[in-house]
Design a protein around this ligand. Sequence first.
Ligand SMILES: Cc1cc2nc3c(=O)[nH]c(=O)nc-3n(C[C@H](O)[C@H](O)[C@H](O)COP(=O)(O)O)c2cc1C
Length: 412
Amino acid sequence: MKIDKLNFKHNLFLAPMAGVTDFAFRSLAREMGADFSYTEMVSAKGLVFNQLKTNKKLLDKNLNTCFNCDNSNDLCKNNDILDNCQNFSLLNSCFDEENSSLEKNLTEYEKMLYTSKLENPVAVQIFGSDAEFMEKAVKLQQLQKFDIIDINMGCPAPKIVKNGDGSALLKDLKKAVDVANAVVKSTTKPVTVKMRLGFGADENKSVELGRMLQDVGVSAVCIHGRTREQFYSGKVNFEAIATLKSKLNIPVIGNGDVFDDASYFDMLKTGVDAVMVGRGALGKPWIFNQLLHFKKLCKNKNNENKQLNTHYDELDNILINKNLDKQKDDVCYDNSNLINKIDITSSFKKEIIKKHISMLQKVYSEKFIVTHMRKHLLWYVKEMPDATKYRLQLCKINSVKEALILLDQIFI
Ligand SMILES: Cc1cc2nc3c(=O)[nH]c(=O)nc-3n(C[C@H](O)[C@H](O)[C@H](O)COP(=O)(O)O)c2cc1C
């Protein structure tokens, strides 16, 4: 699949997951077969105000309201934000409060936007419903290292929706398209949109919105086959995903409920150009290698496995090698070492988890890593026979050292 000049070979993406897909986790997923990854969603307003914070000239100590604390000052919304924002001093203290738990030198936003060399290419995902802020955000220097700007139109979280952001944009398609249009016009980078089918429980506005986004120059859309009201309940609507794919000319990335070979196969059958995996990667970033290996087996006609042979015939029409039409100056990203199946042994898992931790140590404080890794560690042991016992131990860790000792005991 190609998104503008970016060529993807495996067409298998890691989903953005706030509070989960840190740069280390994303890098591990990339090493093991994911073609593409995203930062977690970052507020466009937050980015713009953070930029203000670093610009001391704009500091006005006399004002006493903070945009990020909901006591927003209309001046900031209505005037040229970078020139006129006056509610800066309290904003400053809010960010300081946020940063107080972080010991290393990077700011909160630098941490969120941190990427490793293994993530090439990589997207930043921004959210917001104010076209002006979105426009300003994409022009910020901090975002220039990213290859794609992805707009979040799918987040169902009440605190996001109540501000009109994320999936709330699905209630007002014109606004959604205005936001996308503003971003497309403000950057030379490809702009993609990640969305759900619609807002209300049974709504499906994906084709209507997809076409409108395509018309304003959005380069690809990712569709999570659920509505906002569904959150994560019910089953993903593969049929709706297939319909969207059939109606758009731009690439469509299918997302939702891909946890194993069978569900990956179901998603491939919709005909989408790429598949995005979220929760299926929790505790197993190696799932990408497994899925790729499955696809490779399906594509091998002389397979001894009868079921895979049936898959081959079905997939034959679906898996078109779109790299064939790549142009000279296109970059094709290919981690060829991923083709071989990884043997997911206990010691391999331990090595991966330790690598996850050691990469985080380069950027984050011990305090952050311990809290953050507790979640990951619980996922890493989830499918083990003694998971309950291990989870009880792991959720109590107070230092990286304790985590490493436990890992040596668990993964023998
Ligand atoms: C903990 C968590 C955090 C998420 N954060 C984001 C996010 O920051 N941006 C986004 O577009 N989607 C986010 N999502 C949604 C996922 O990207 C994905 O669309 C959803 O989980 C469905 O895919 P899955 O069934 O493969 O998990 C999040 C999902 C989870 C479970």
